[in-house]
Design a protein. Structure first.
Length: 139
């Protein structure tokens, strides 16, 4: 009888420990950190450039273009300079999901353009040596 009680208590402690460890890891990954506000600032700057007629050189400083092919770069540049593009009229930046051990955040963002239905876009904000940048993967 005493052995059964000890085994049951041991199993309960192991389950409790595993639960606490899992909670701690989830909290560590999604917790608020100083990265949150910096990532928000970069995304706000990006949205501001989209809303206005941005200088292409200034605009691209916000983006991580290191992995872009020439074709993707020129296609993106043409789109940004397009005169008759739809106007951005609403966006909502949701709470960043930052890994406090890494220098990156993922920010789910709702964007709605004039005469179009909105959509959720996920931006990845990464800290580089020369500052925070938005990474856009070639589509």
């Amino acid at each position: 009888m005493k052995k059964k009680n000890i085994i049951v208590c041991l199993i309960l402690f192991l389950l409790l420990g595993a639960g606490l460890a899992a909670y701690s890891m989830e909290n560590k990954y999604l917790s608020s950190s100083p990265n949150d506000s910096e990532a928000d600032d970069v995304l706000e700057e990006y949205i501001t450039h989209i809303e206005t007629e941005a200088n292409m050189d200034e605009f691209l400083e916000i983006l991580d273009t290191s992995a872009w092919t020439d074709e993707f770069y020129s296609d993106f540049e043409d789109h940004v300079n397009e005169e008759d593009r739809e106007k951005l009229i609403a966006y909502d930046i949701n709470e960043p999901e930052c890994n406090i051990e890494e220098t990156e955040c993922t920010i789910p963002t709702y964007i709605r353009w004039e005469n179009l239905v909105g959509e959720i876009t996920h931006f990845k904000i990464i800290e580089f040596e020369d500052g925070w940048k938005i990474q856009l993967d070639p589509v």
